[in-house]
Design a protein. Structure first.
Length: 251
């Protein structure tokens, strides 16, 4: 079996007496879209926070491209090539779309403590910001303040800020949350295009979208992995239907 881009081994996170992630062992193949689904409280976002370095695990290990990153801080993990988006938009509304991507690109530098050189002189940063804005299809809005674009475009912009760090693996936490049908369709197509050149780990409640774009799906319930497999297996799984999907419940 090919080396996974990311792997967890018996990964756990406890908050006091609550076990939010419980002995999760997963292999995420390079070049694929791997969705993590489950009911509210299943531990999905906690898992993403562990993978991105925003939380330290209580036990277990994480390896990225064969390198152990267990407990590494989020800034180091980002520089290694893991990008992350959030459930709620995490942008700078007073800045233009291009400036938002510039901030993401600047974060890719080994250090931002450059006191004797203006940030605008970093040609590589400018190129990454422009490229990221084009990838998220907002090049035509580059000079518009982020506060003035639509909610769907703000979600695209957040993905653009993540792309400006030039990640190889994207951690996407409910990228379709709060969107209407047209906006969702636009972001789904964006994710399809990104999947051509990136590995994606996707948390999403919209099961139609998950089954449309994911190549592998993991179902979590009560902090544990219930089942992992291709969409065809998950769609027909009696255990998944009983524990999560139920009678058409996709929440």
């Amino acid at each position: 079996m090919a080396e996974p881009i990311l792997e967890t081994q018996a990964l756990s996170k406890e908050f006091g007496g609550l076990v939010a992630v419980d002995q999760v062992s997963l292999r995420f193949a390079a070049g694929t879209v791997h969705a993590v689904i489950g009911p509210n409280g299943a531990g999905k976002t906690t898992l993403i926070n562990l993978l991105s370095g925003e939380l330290r695990p209580s036990s277990g290990r994480i390896h990225f491209q064969g390198r152990e990153i267990t407990g590494a801080p989020s800034n180091r993990i980002a520089r290694l090539g893991i990008g992350r988006s959030y459930q709620k938009t995490n942008i700078f509304p007073e800045f233009s779309c291009l400036q938002n991507c510039w901030i993401g690109a600047q974060a890719r530098l080994p250090t931002s403590m450059r006191f004797f050189r203006a940030a605008r002189r970093y040609d590589a940063v400018a190129e990454r910001a422009e490229r990221a804005l084009a990838l998220c299809e907002l090049a035509h809005r580059k000079d518009v303040p982020a506060a003035e674009i639509s909610y769907g475009e703000q979600r695209q912009l957040e993905i653009g800020m993540m792309l400006a760090t030039e990640p190889t693996l994207l951690l996407l936490d409910e990228p379709l949350a709060g969107m209407g049908n047209d906006e969702s369709a636009r972001v789904i197509e964006l994710l399809r295009r990104l999947a051509l050149d990136h590995s994606l780990i996707l948390i999403e409640h919209d099961l139609d979208a998950v089954f449309a774009i994911a190549e592998a799906i993991t179902v979590m319930v009560n902090g544990e992995v219930l089942e992992t497999g291709p969409p065809s297996q998950i769609r027909t799984s009696a255990a998944v239907r009983e524990s999560y999907i139920g009678e058409g419940d996709a929440a």
